[in-house]
Design a protein around this ligand. Sequence first.
Ligand SMILES: C[S@@+](CC[C@H](N)C(=O)[O-])C[C@H]1O[C@@H](n2cnc3c(N)ncnc32)[C@H](O)[C@@H]1O
Length: 275
Amino acid sequence: MDIKDAVRRKYAQAAIRVTEGGRACCAGACGGTSADPVTSDLYERGQVAALPPEAVEASLGCGNPAALAQLRPGDTVLDLGSGGGIDVLLSARRVGPAGKAYGLDMTDEMLALARENQRKAGLENIEFLKGEIENIPLPDNSVDVIISHCVINLSADKDRVFAEAFRVLKAGGRFAVSDIVVRGAVPNEIRRSMELWVGCIAGALEEGDYVRRLAAAGFRGITVEPTRVYDVDDAREFLANHGIDVDAVASLVKEKFMSAFVRAVKPPAEGVNGM
Ligand SMILES: C[S@@+](CC[C@H](N)C(=O)[O-])C[C@H]1O[C@@H](n2cnc3c(N)ncnc32)[C@H](O)[C@@H]1O
């Protein structure tokens, strides 16, 4: 099974869990006894109060891109890997009836849940598209803002995702995503275990690498702002269950794994090579 199939299966299970009245969870959060330090308390109560509970229960994010991104009335927004649709619903409200919010996801079960959440929320300026973030089914220069919530780390071809994001953004368009980022070098085995704890099959980029790859795709004004830094104690139970001597690796993990808000801009058309 390749990475994409494994990811699709995991998120199909998460969507079914919510559809059957449960809560979505990944890795450590499914087996752990306490609140998930990655996905819990990301949204202000007032922000999600009017959303369908299933949209909130399906949230598997690691930040709050819909709140952190600059969205203006009339904007067209695209959420890469929209899951149960929480950030698409929030963005649709912010861009208003003159704007539009697209959600893109490859998992049928998530799309079904998201469309049902849209129906319950009664929002018409939304369209959920089936597809892959490596092949965005939208025309060139058609989107004002790209958001994404803890999804790019799951892609096995991040350069392709950045190139596609750049292609569909209008000149001057904004890339504003929450993602898992690793700061500095971490031994492979520990990295894999931490990533498995953080998300449903992850492949987080190192911070500097993230910036370099975005720049190579053509983006400018790139910033990476940590929003939550994980402590080894957050993952203690999960790592110990995977046979890792947590105290021995604590110093290697310290302040290395974080959720971050990544911003970048597609430059205006003049003076940009190849545009
Ligand atoms: C961690 S969940 C996040 C969902 C949502 N953004 C949220 O915050 O709750 C990842 C979502 O991305 C989708 N996904 C993962 N990789 C994808 C890809 N390569 N193309 C399209 N969708 C993808 C999954 O189906 C899943 O719904």
